[in-house]
Design a protein. Structure first.
Length: 618
């Protein structure tokens, strides 16, 4: 792979993937992991929007220990815009997990015959090949390729490579890799895999060459994100621009009181004031966003002893005197412009984040909750401990303005999510380890439970409806029988006689027929005509029709007949009443089932994770 790397732009990568683009493999280098993840997601989404029937998946090499892990991540993180529904993707992931678990329980010979890769390829072909004409396009993104072990790299070079070449499901696969360090081992991997050309791009360092606003608002180009976050971006941009303007215009006079005081300090204490001038509220916690824990503690302890330099916030944080803050910040920008630019970005986001969520204990909760598209009590109970749930309840009560309730539960507002995610970018803080995977597993479990429950309830509704229909038919028949019995009892003459047809043997005709046939055989004077008549008479003698008229016996009035008809009427009435009560009970059961189906909904639960958060975590 001899091609030199060039500065990354999304348009150059997309041009090789969309339409007639002939790019097959792309390599993104650099150390900005969060930016790389976001770019992978945006690239895949853009291609999926432009070209129908496109599937994509992002695999995190840091979580790969075996080929089973690789296949599981492939299945869990598979996404598409038009190629398949979320329910189909969920069933695909469940099928892969279920098949892998079943094979693990089989004997060793069976495990050798059906590897996780075999199961993945077979299931992918069976589930998705029929959804499109020809093979669908697949974007396979592998993060941190240089973090894979030698064994997994060898498996990719051989088994996976061969499976992709043999399977129609992988015919149109395109590859996007990210690495921190491009080593000879990775170059050899590309050669062995068979890539004739790998296009290399290098991510620029964050902030360098960009304004603060550009850095904060980068890589948010999807229509949904623009519509949902446009107003929030405008507010953030205005606040950041205001902060920058104020910091460059105030406190520049060295002869001012602030300037004279600042000049009298030692270099170490000047550095402390430089550091303390960026966060609006100063504490060890806020200072750690700009430097390490030791320097944060030293700076905070020194400043706390200088009682004339700050006012005390109700939370216990320190608020630096405004003129001194402006002078210190301007001085820092003159001495270290690059560091000052980076710190200005962090402080702008940090201050906005503290304005929205002033309590420090709420910050980690917001970082965890921003991954959810919706959450409810049952879901939270499955994810967090009792102490954590107590903190979440307090967070919701304290920040009601940032909570939105919908049909599926609750979620953070778009503004709160945007500010929290920008804070995560500059601070490097992440949700609890494994939280997103656990949420995704719970959603897949709930999908399966929904499908099973829906099937059972639909069958129960169908059975109850059939039972009600049968019972109504029985009631109708019994009512007709009851009316007919009473009518026949009151009007016996109206009973019509019934004709009964039967066949008997006529001996006279048999004798005459047989005698005629015999005479025709013995005498020449009797011809064939008489013989035919004899045969006809013989046959008629065997099957002589007989008609009888049967009339139902009329019940003669009297004590016994009246008692019989009354007993029959009471019996039928009791049976009809019992059936009607049973129908009422079944109708109530049917109403209960309909109510449960209404609560269950017509579609399975929506994904619990935000699409962008779920994809970035892949």
């Amino acid at each position: 792979m001899r091609e030199k790397s060039i500065k990354y732009t999304r348009e150059q990568v997309l041009s090789g993937l969309i339409g007639k683009g002939n790019g097959r493999a792309f390599l993104l280098g650099g150390h900005n992991d969060s930016q790389q993840v976001e770019e992978l997601v945006q690239i895949c989404k853009h291609v999926a929007r432009k070209e129908g029937n496109t599937f994509w998946t992002i695999i995190d090499s840091g979580k790969i220990k075996s080929e089973k892990d690789w296949c599981s991540q492939f299945a869990r993180n598979l996404r598409t815009s038009t190629g398949a529904s979320p329910a189909q993707l969920a069933m695909f992931a469940l099928e892969i997990g279920k098949s892998s678990n079943n094979k693990a329980a089989d004997d060793k010979d069976a495990a050798i015959e059906d590897t996780p890769l075999d199961i993945l390829v077979t299931t992918l072909v069976n589930q998705f090949s029929e959804l499109a004409e020809g093979a669908p396009k697949l974007l396979l993104c592998i993060r941190g390729l240089d973090e894979l072990s030698e064994g997994i790299l060898s498996w990719l070079e051989n088994q996976l490579n061969q499976a992709m070449r043999n399977s129609s499901a992988f015919r149109n696969t395109r590859f996007i890799f990210t690495v921190k360090n491009l080593t000879e081992r990775i170059e050899n991997f590309f050669q062995k895999f068979g890539f004739e050309k790998v296009r290399r791009f290098e991510f620029p360092k964050p902030v360098q060459g960009k304004s603060v606003t550009d850095h904060l608002l980068t890589n948010v180009d999807s229509p949904k994100a623009k519509n949902a976050e446009q107003e929030s971006k405008r507010l953030i941009k205005e606040k950041i621009s205001s902060n920058l303007k104020r910091s460059t215009m105030e406190g520049t006079d060295k002869n001012s009181a602030a300037g004279k005081y600042f000049s009298s300090l030692s270099d170490e204490h000047k550095h402390f004031l430089h550091l303390a001038s960026y966060p609006t509220r100063i504490s060890r916690y806020t200072l750690e966003h700009f430097t390490d824990a030791r320097n944060s503690a030293l700076c905070f302890n020194w400043l706390k002893r200088q009682r004339d330099l700050y006012t005390l916030h109700s939370s216990g944080d320190l608020i630096l005197e405004q003129d001194l803050r402006a002078f210190a910040k301007t001085s820092h920008q003159a001495v270290s412009p690059e560091i000052a630019s980076e710190w200005e970005v962090v402080s702008s986001v940090l201050n906005l984040f503290f304005d929205a969520l002033p309590f420090q204990s709420d910050h980690s909760i917001a970082i965890n909750l921003q991954i959810f598209s919706c959450f409810g009590k049952n879901l939270l109970n499955s994810l967090f401990s009792s102490d954590e749930l107590s903190g979440i309840d307090q967070f919701i009560s304290r920040n009601a303005d940032h909570i939105i309730e919908n049909e599926s539960g609750m979620t953070l507002s778009d503004d709160a999510k945007l500010i929290t995610r920008r804070y995560m970018e500059v601070s490097g803080k992440l949700p609890l380890t494994g939280l997103e995977d656990r949420v995704r597993e719970l959603w897949l479990e709930d999908q399966s439970k929904y499908s099973k429950k829906r099937t059972v309830m639909d069958e129960e509704k169908s059975n109850i409806s059939k039972d009600i229909e049968n019972a109504l038919q029985q009631v109708t028949q019994l009512k007709e029988l009851k009316e007919n019995l009473l009518e026949n009892f009151k009007n016996p003459r109206r009973l019509r006689p019934e004709k009964v047809y039967s066949f008997t043997t006529s001996r006279a005709l048999l004798v005459i027929g047989i005698a005629t046939v015999a005479a025709s055989l013995l005498s020449d004077n009797i011809g064939s005509y008489h013989a035919a008549c004899g045969l006809a008479l013989t046959v008629l003698g065997f099957f002589w029709p007989n008609v009888e008229y049967k009339t139902a016996a009329a019940v003669v009035g009297g004590t016994n007949s009246n008692l019989a008809i009354e007993t029959q009427q009471r019996s039928l009435k009791h049976r009809i009443s019992s059936l009607c009560k049973r129908i009422e009970v079944m109708k109530r059961n049917l109403d209960d089932v309909d109510e449960q189906l209404l609560k269950l909904g017509d579609s399975p639960p929506l994904p619990y994770l935000e699409p962008s958060s779920e994809e970035e975590s892949s």
